[in-house]
Design a protein around this ligand. Sequence first.
Ligand SMILES: Cc1cc2nc3c(=O)[nH]c(=O)nc-3n(C[C@H](O)[C@H](O)[C@H](O)COP(=O)(O)OP(=O)(O)OC[C@H]3O[C@@H](n4cnc5c(N)ncnc54)[C@H](O)[C@@H]3O)c2cc1C
Length: 415
Amino acid sequence: MRQPFDTVSDVVAWRLCLGCGACVSVCPEKALALVDVEGDGLRPTRDAARCARCGTCLAVCPGAAIDGPPAHALALDSLRQAWGNVLEVWEGYATDPEIRYLGSSGGIATALSLFALEKQGSPGVLHIGSKPGHPLDNSPFVSRNRDELLVRTGSRYAPAAPCSGLGTIDRDGEASVFVGKPCDVVALRKCQALGDGQGRSIRLAISIFCAGTPSTQGTRTILAQLGVSPEEVTEFRYRGCGWPGRTVARTSSRSDAECSMSYEQSWGDILSKHTQFRCRLCPDSTGELADISCGDPWYRKAEPDDTGRSLVLVRTETGRQALHEAMKAGYVTLEKVSADTLPMSQASLLRRRAHLWGRLAALRVLGAAVPAYRGFSLFATWRALPATEKMRSLLGTARRTVQRKWYRREREGRQ
Ligand SMILES: Cc1cc2nc3c(=O)[nH]c(=O)nc-3n(C[C@H](O)[C@H](O)[C@H](O)COP(=O)(O)OP(=O)(O)OC[C@H]3O[C@@H](n4cnc5c(N)ncnc54)[C@H](O)[C@@H]3O)c2cc1C
């Protein structure tokens, strides 16, 4: 079925935007800008007078369509259907204790970035971090040394658009690194495939696992529960400083202990309830188009004072080479683990993917626009669910679609 999209404004109107920022980077007319819609996420606004309706924005949009990677001959058979190409599964941490401590899980994304900068001649790492002077907002940055990487460690469970910085890194020349969520990496790959240069300098793409991006309202709800006003905040960390670490709103007048809550409270009770609609329709939570993906080894129980470990997936030959060289150079300390460590660690992501075909079918039948996915075996995983679970994904989504009117576009005024 043809999707009803002429520009990314239509993707936004159908609630399918992921807020990656790629459209803003590639628009030849510079007709797009990102705004933070507080209850949704970062969304492109379009200057209709400038827009030539050339379709470039749609060509790079992961919200509209995603093609999974072609099967890799050396990918592990047991993981292929549910997780894409996984060549190797490792678990470990950044050997540098400060990176490990500050990192979200084990600091692997940061340690691999540092290795690329210090030993592989990479000029920069494009990733996101908290915006100076606006600690609740995120911006894309090109980090060029350890200090710059260190202040941008850790997960930011809030809207973040690393692809809006592609133009910045491409001025740097070759062999740069990109770190982002799975949808950011899809957008990067689409930009690279366009052939007009955006993202051409990225040699290594690292993805973090992702269960969904919470809106800014999620962070504001945490602050309200902590009794901290947004204006008081000088620094905001969602986790890190141990595994999984606490969520801390730093202010100039009160102690961190007074203004913090556990990761279980912040993600489990608050942020996970504020994730974008489109994230619930995501077929790729673990970065199938990246060279390397990192997530949490949740099969472990966090110990008091746990310093953290990451689960690491090698997805391409480029990723394998980077990881093995970083290990040899002592930047990361890793041990190979069995393939089933991945499903044991990420049961909720597996469950979401298993239900996805049913959800999409219910939305489609009721007239909603849905993303086009190719290469994800979604029907096969849905078919394997017990009958009651199958009914749940179909009927539960149908009920919510009617109640929340997902079968129609949102107001034009939003775009
Ligand atoms: C919204 C969100 C949902 C997540 N869901 C899961 C999950 O379901 N399961 C799981 O195992 N892990 C999840 N993670 C990832 C996990 O929290 C860790 O980021 C991951 O384990 C990597 O840890 P690390 O210590 O290697 O990374 P670090 O060394 O701490 O580096 C983190 C890197 O991620 C980048 N980054 C942080 N936040 C964002 C963002 N919002 N968008 C783009 N880039 C960002 C930083 O710039 C930094 O380069 C999620 C992260 C986010 C931001």
